[in-house]
Design a protein around this ligand. Structure first.
Ligand code: KIV
Length: 303
């Protein structure tokens, strides 16, 4: 494993939650949709940082990274560990960290304690939490105390047991009305953006027109003010199922399998390592050690 730090020399100002809030597109159309992506690790955050407006450390990591079958068992400590890695490795994108199940639902005070830990221990710019009307008081409580919040309505995966699965939401007039009310409540409570997940398209479009804050769609509508996808779906790393709303832009899973197989074949055939990958001591006073003598502190120059 290479452990040499990768230095980035150009310092760019990091996008803030205010910058994102200002990206509501005009009702007349136009404007450039925001690009959000999930990330859970330093190398992936570093790779997307130049092109993402926001990086969401999603609790989807329970499924994509930890192999869980839902997001319910994700803990605050897991979110903080991954959030910190993403903040460290990014410089430009605004980093938002998901609040995991059972870390914020019981009271606004519990939500504040959990969200404050996330903010302080990761250095992220804000948190995201799931829920509508029932979470409005909590969102107002957090925002009033300095914590920027992204709402999340429609299909909210932490409520998978109530929904009985991951079906698209807003299929009946009553369901659509409830989700519209949820979005309005979250926006009125002070959320600076709202993720709309897996609803019928006209509903996401109507919510986008009805609220003053940017909407970020995932399986929602091209009319949303921005789009988010789970990173593993974008690069072709998560293969267990592929939701209809995913567009795949790479085959990282297949590339990994190929690379691992090539490495395994090389080791078994003794093609790797070769002497080129080995460390050998140079003779003292030889040409190589003389040329490095000024720089090298160790008594034995290693190649
Ligand atoms: O956890 C997650 O990945 C999400 C999605 C909406 C992107 O919340």
């Amino acid at each position: 494993m290479s452990i040499e730090p990768q230095k980035s020399s150009v310092k760019v100002p990091r996008l803030t939650t205010r910058d994102l809030a200002a990206r509501k597109r005009p009702a007349s159309g136009g404007g450039v949709p925001m690009v959000w992506l999930t990330a859970y690790s330093a190398p992936t955050a570093r790779a997307m940082d130049p092109v993402a407006d926001a990086i969401l450390v999603g609790d989807s990591l329970g499924m994509t990274v930890y192999g869980m079958d839902s997001t319910l068992a994700v803990t605050l400590d897991m979110m903080i560990a991954h959030g910190l890695a993403v903040v460290r490795a990014s410089a430009r994108a605004c980093v938002i960290v998901d609040m995991p199940f059972a870390s914020y639902q019981s009271s606004p005070q519990e939500a504040f304690k959990s969200a404050a830990r996330v903010m302080v221990e990761t250095g992220c710019a804000g948190v995201k939490l799931e829920g509508g009307v029932e979470m409005a008081e909590t969102i107002g409580f957090l925002v009033a105390r300095g914590i920027p919040v992204v709402g999340h309505v429609g299909l909210t995966p932490q409520s998978v047991n109530r929904f009985g699965g991951y079906r698209a939401q807003g299929r009946t007039a009553a369901e659509a009305k409830k989700i519209m009310n949820d979005a309005k409540a979250v926006a009125n409570a002070g959320a600076f953006a709202i993720v709309i997940e897996k609803t019928l398209e006209p509903l996401a479009r109507a919510i986008t027109a009805a609220v003053a804050v940017p909407t970020i769609g995932i399986g929602a509508s091209p009319a949303c003010d921005g789009q988010v996808l789970v990173m593993d779906d974008v690069i072709g790393l998560f293969d267990l199922f592929r939701p209809k709303f995913v567009k795949r832009y790479g085959e990282a899973g297949r590339e990994m399998t190929k690379a691992f197989a090539a490495y395994a074949a090389d080791v078994r055939a003794r093609r790797f390592p070769t002497m080129e990958h080995c460390f050998v001591a140079k003779e003292r006073g030889g040409a190589a050690s003389k040329s490095r003598a000024k720089k090298a502190k160790p008594r034995t120059a290693l190649k």
